[in-house]
Design a protein around this ligand. Sequence first.
Ligand SMILES: [Zn+2]
Length: 397
Amino acid sequence: MKSQYMHPPTFNTMTSRDITSILRVLVAQQQLLLLSLLLLAVIPSVAGYSTLSDDFLKLVPSGDADYDIHNGRLLAPLLIPRVAGTSGQEAAQRHFVDYFAQELPEWKVEWYNSTSTTPVTGNRELPFANLVLKREPPWVREGQSNLLTLVAHYDSKITPDGFIGATDSAVPCAILMHVARTLDPYLTQMYEEMTALGEGGGSVEEDMGVQILLLDGEEAFLSWTSTDSLYGSRALAEEWENTPHPVMSGYRNPLGQISMFVLLDLLGSADPRVLSWFQTTHWAYQALAQIEERMRALGLLETNPKKPFLPDADKQQFGDSHYVQDDHVPFMARGVPILHVIPTPFPAVWHKIEDDGEHLDMPTVRDWARIVTAFALEWLDMMEVEPKSQEGSSSSR
Ligand SMILES: [Zn+2]
């Protein structure tokens, strides 16, 4: 991504999901008021879905040794140069595909390929390949599901020679692989229970699924411009915009199905500061920040920073709205709601040869994995299938 900020475009239309989100918040606020009056108690405030219980938060795994930089299952295979069109990138692609084939066979695997020239490769068309991994309810028709969309780029920058990009974005990719395998058994259980109960979908709550976008060509080849950057995300956003669903589908095209575009980038250095960038999705930022706060209070995180990773939950003023250019831009320009999880300032190793495995802060890596995993579980309303505690107290349906 680019180290400068720009003003965002303005939107004059709202998606149905925006409205749904606002309604969720309003409904939750009314419930909050009522419950507060009735119980004289303070109820956690984020919206619509049930927040994860303390017991459930305690079960959220970090991925642990799978991030070992030498032989960890998830991360080690990605700690190589991954420039578009090179054998290193092919190895990264095989790593993703093999992992999902072996461990997550229920996930649909789709490639979205494009080509482009670049300023350093002359007239040669370079291949770019976005990988989309998706799990949605078994009953949905095309264009019916709404999809929590977790995103990272897997290409690495062509310079300096040998650049690995551990934070940029090998670690975010590995975290998303971990999130997928953690969600998977709960999704299976939830979909099976809903099918058994005849809850065959048709509402936003019932038709929730998840997709992971592993995007290619985020990095500039020469220097960041609107045409020399975001090769993969620009191609995918445009393709999805031009792929209408059948008439009477819930959503007009795949862009409309994105309930939240959660972009992870530059994660893995110590003491990150991730701000809230967008007023329209600040409620989702607050949900993420609340997860961090609760996990810290429960002693579930390894790091102990002076300030939380997500310090912006109480932000009120969004007037001076800058943002970092990154893979969300082509989607945001088409009205997709964005939660951009990127630290500013960027890590000290940013775009330097030192952005390698040895310079990662592993407690920070594992804490991000816990926080993002818990956020996804909560978003997908997994309290519905909360594992029963040993005392037998459970709110499972
Ligand atoms: Zn970068």
